[in-house]
Write a protein that binds this ligand. Sequence first.
Ligand code: SF4
Ligand code: SF4
Length: 65
Amino acid sequence: MAVYIDKELCKSCKICMSICPKNVFEITHHVNKKGYNYVEAAREEDCVKCGQCETSCPDFVIHVE
Ligand code: SF4
Ligand code: SF4
């Protein structure tokens, strides 16, 4: 199982954080080229592969495999 994040596309809207039932995501202190603090799958091992983050991200940042 893997949660892939294209960090350069993230705009830090936090929709994924609010929608994930397993609280997988965290905002990092790192800034991408667009100037946003991007998210990371900090608790990837807790992912239940529901796919909600993938379908809810407005910028198609997340891919769950
Ligand atoms: S929903 Fe997408 S754009 Fe918004 S914080 Fe999550 S990964 Fe970034
Ligand atoms: S697939 Fe579901 S459980 Fe896994 S990170 Fe996305 S929203 Fe969270």
